[in-house]
Design a protein around this ligand. Structure first.
Ligand SMILES: [Mg+2]
Length: 273
């Protein structure tokens, strides 16, 4: 393996690095250690909000840039030293905003709800207790999960046809739809792939003479654009041992393991111990 190469691992959190039910990454500890020892960049790329992701960056002692809300924004620590065009600074981070503002999404959501007459409920309409019940998150994290800036998570209570109608109405309204493990998402023009491409481009401009290898790991539909954007694409199994069928991309590696178990295998297989 080329040691002069910059290696960047982009990973989804829920159901990929983190266990679907317990949100633990303990099964991936060996691979995480291996990345640290080899100074391989690990970029968290999640549907979670900035503050939710910060919890996991702290736990993992991760000081890398990260991508929030399905590519809604990229956060680059100012101390990291990457030069780039950014939209604002926020608590020591340069922020590249890609998604639409939450209040625009909220009013679009209300319109879509009225137009389709389908029973959809945004995360803001749930109580914290309901979110705890629905996600298994701790209370503090459930509160943070409600505070989105660039995406609107929601639940559709209806048939497959209702889901299809909602998707159609969202795209007619000029917005994007995707799904994670538990929620559907209304978003502006963002997706994880766009954000990955922008961040990789920033690395390229800062290190024009160095080769960059990108790796992606995901489990759900919202990871498809991220997997399309990277060189090495890994799909882990979902909680019941199945793969997300809607992820179809060339050179996709189906990892034999659910969530963090698969993550561990994929990373150790690629980079060694
Ligand atoms: Mg996921």
């Amino acid at each position: 393996m080329n040691n002069n190469e910059i290696k960047i691992v982009f990973t989804d959190l829920d159901g990929t690095l983190l266990d679907h039910s317990t949100y633990s990454y303990s099964e991936a500890e060996k691979a995480l250690k291996s990345l640290r020892e080899k100074s391989i960049h690990l970029v968290l790329c999640s549907s979670k909000s900035r503050d939710e992701i910060k919890i996991y960056r702290d736990k993992l002692s991760n000081n890398e840039p990260f991508i929030s809300e399905n590519g809604g924004a990229i956060y680059i620590p100012e101390k990291y030293g990457l030069k780039c065009d950014f939209d604002k600074t926020d608590n020591g981070f340069l922020v590249v905003e890609i998604g639409s503002e939450y209040k625009i999404l909220k009013s679009a959501f209300e319109q879509i709800k009225i137009k389709t007459g389908i029973n959809v409920k945004s995360i803001a309409e749930f109580t914290v207790d309901e979110i705890v019940e629905l996600t298994g998150l701790r209370r503090e994290e459930a509160c943070l999960a409600q505070k989105k800036e660039y995406s609107l998570p929601f639940i559709i209570d209806g048939s497959e046809e209702d889901v299809k109608n909602i998707q159609d109405e969202i795209s007619l309204s000029g917005f994007n739809y995707t799904e994670g493990a538990r929620f559907a998402y209304l978003m502006g023009g963002n997706d994880k792939g766009k954000a990955v491409n922008i961040l990789v481009d920033i690395f390229r401009k800062n290190y024009p003479d160095t080769k960059i290898l990108t790796v992606g790991l995901g489990d759900s539909l919202n990871d498809l654009p991220m997997l399309e954007a990277v060189d090495k694409k890994f799909l882990v199994k979902k909680e019941f041992g199945n793969y997300e069928e809607r992820i179809k991309v060339g050179d996709l590696i189906y990892v034999d393991g659910i969530g963090p178990v698969g993550w561990n295998k994929a990373i150790l297989g690629l980079f060694g111990k």
